[in-house]
Design a protein around this ligand. Sequence first.
Ligand code: PBG
Length: 328
Amino acid sequence: MPFPAHRPRRLRTTPPLRRLVAETRLGVDDLIAPLFVREGIDSPAPIASMPGVFQHTLESLTNEVAGLVDLGLAAVILFGVPVTKDPLGSAASDPDGIVQVALRELRDRYGDEIVLMADLCLDEYTDHGHCGIVTPDGRVDNDATLQRYAAAAVAQARAGAAVVAPSGMMDGQVAAIRAALDGDGHQDVSILAYSAKYASGLYGPFRDAVDVTIAGGGTRDAYQQDFRNRRESMREIELDIEEGADMVMVKPAVTYLDVLAEARQRFDVPLAAYHVSGEYSMIKAAGERGWIDAPRVALEQLTAVKRAGADAILTYFAREAAEGGWLR
Ligand code: PBG
């Protein structure tokens, strides 16, 4: 009888042996928790399409961050939901805008213990829901938008952001933000660029989370990337690094593992991936129906993202993963 000459299964026989030879480990140091803070509410508001995720009040946000600090999480990234939206997204750069108020509070309490990041975009703040300034004929004006991003970056840095994360996919946004930060004395504030960000159907639940409805056909196809393209992402990442990005991101995560793996091979800066709202909600929904074991699938997906090359993962599972003993 011909017995197998090679037996890879030997190394899978016991849990400690599997632990010993595991190539990829997911830990609290890898995770960035996205958090929503909403102006003008008295108690945290659950987001229907994202079970377990809330629009926070300032107070509940502070408590949430305290809990994440205790769990040893590396970073949080803030998204604001303002009371007033207007064509310019004024609240994004207002020193009294909700994210700036939250940053000042969190910096004073936890700034030395957890990395405070701020998503830098206009869509949460504009009445038309686009990530930039819209011209009378309905296009998003790239260069006019850069000025708004520069102002928002300065406001966020003054309020205490250690990292600003531009997510609007305007050309030249990293250079514009770097110049504005340096010009205002924030040489130490880093930029995490959403460099390879696709126009994805997976952002649906997020738009409930920030109360955004996109005017004029409802897509961002004219500025976010086409999901048929991979090489284009390498170009986007390369440009962002040249413009001064300290860290770069691929978004979404699981549907773009090929992009992530190639970016890991080509570039040496820290690489993040965003496991987005739709990726979260699909797992939660199937788990609620009993069709999959949700924590198990979440761990499998997040580990895959790390295995593909991400140094850090933005995920709505961050707290649950840290609390639930999924991490090593
Ligand atoms: C734009 C932004 C979006 C997300 C993060 N930043 C939405 C968009 O591009 O429409 C999506 C995140 C998610 O789906 O979890 N400010």
